[in-house]
Design a protein around this ligand. Structure first.
Ligand code: ADP
Ligand code: MG
Length: 314
């Protein structure tokens, strides 16, 4: 391709919200063999919503949700935000007005006094959060988090989590004072265009792979919905780049599509890193392409643009 053709293609990309960082990146995309997609926020909308909250203890629902929200309030994770939002909604809108605890208190007092004091908070990447409330340890996260902390999951709780996961939801376990007190189910719907894009890539001879920190069962359920056969789940944040490298070993050209801070090392490791959506600055920095419209169709647009620009027919 002539420098002019490259310039034109870059301009066409930009007009469609596909920012290409240089001619080399544009040229590499035509040879893509594998596209590795992050799950959360890339294939899915990244709008996690709590769909279920089940209490497995004597606590009432309001108390349970207040504990969980207090523990998650300092976390930036999308799951944490969804949980706090759900608990806040329940507290301020669904609570019986005659609740004795709040009798005679003004609305303001209820708002400011809602979250409980938390100490020794820590966010554990790929696992959840950990802190103390009323001098008792509280853990909110996945099985790995509980296993590392030596907390056993009773069979009836495990069964409930499995049920959530089989319907493509993420089950979040809550342990307080070293006992499981409840489970939350969080759903994050697929982007509308996701399945069509995966199918389209297949027709172009490009294989799609999904990678996620989420558990295997949820990952498989989501992959099935979107039409991806090759799934890698329970990947720690640092592990996504290793997965990219493993696909490159065969000599294949690999693209990685992701949106989060977690994804930056993998975006950098890939032959073509594509940051999607508003993304994080770190992801945008690490990427060769920025897909501004947050639409997965632009993965196809990017590959097409490269193929058309560098095809042998000039
Ligand atoms: P992803 O690759 O899907 O973006 P992460 O590595 O951020 O996933 O998280 C992986 C898993 O760790 C989540 O599915 C969840 O089970 C757990 N997790 C991480 N952060 C939190 C949190 N703040 N609260 C509850 N669970 C969490
Ligand atoms: Mg993500």
């Amino acid at each position: 391709a002539t420098p002019t053709a490259v310039m034109v293609a870059t301009g066409v990309g930009a007009n469609n919200g596909v920012l290409i960082k240089g001619g080399d990146a544009l040229e590499r995309a035509q040879k893509v063999k594998y596209v590795i997609f992050d799950k959360t926020g890339t294939l899915t909308q990244g709008k996690a919503t709590v769909t279920t909250a089940k209490v497995f203890s004597g606590l009432d629902r309001g108390e349970f949700l207040r504990l969980v929200a207090s523990a998650e309030a300092s976390s930036e994770h999308p799951l944490a935000k969804a949980i706090v939002e759900y608990a806040r909604h329940f507290h301020f809108f669904d609570e019986p007005s005659e609740n004795e605890d709040y009798h005679g208190q003004s609305k303001e007092t209820r708002v400011s006094g809602w979250l409980l004091d938390v100490s020794e908070f820590s966010a554990l990447p790929g696992r959840g959060v950990h802190c103390f409330i009323n001098k008792k340890r509280i853990l909110v996260g996945n099985r790995k988090l509980l296993a590392e902390s030596g907390i056993a999951i009773p069979i009836h709780v495990e069964d409930f989590v499995v049920e959530l996961e089989e319907s493509a939801k993420t089950g979040i376990l809550v342990a307080y004072d070293d006992n499981i007190i409840g489970v939350l189910g969080v759903a994050d719907p697929l982007k509308r265009e996701a399945a069509v894009v995966i199918e389209g890539l297949g027709k172009m001879g490009v294989k799609s792979v999904m990678v996620t920190g989420d558990n295997w069962r949820t990952a498989r359920a989501v992959a099935k919905e979107v039409g991806i056969q090759d799934v890698r789940a329970e990947v720690m944040p640092a592990g996504k780049a290793d997965i990219v490298s493993s696909f490159q070993k065969s000599g294949s050209v690999v693209a990685m599509v992701g949106d989060g801070i977690n994804d930056s090392p993998a975006l950098a490791a890939a032959d073509i890193g594509m940051a999607i959506g508003a993304g994080t600055d770190v992801a945008i920095e690490a990427a060769d392409y920025v897909l501004m419209r947050n639409n997965l169709e632009d993965v196809i647009t990017a590959i097409d643009l490269s193929r058309k620009t560098f095809s042998r027919i000039r």
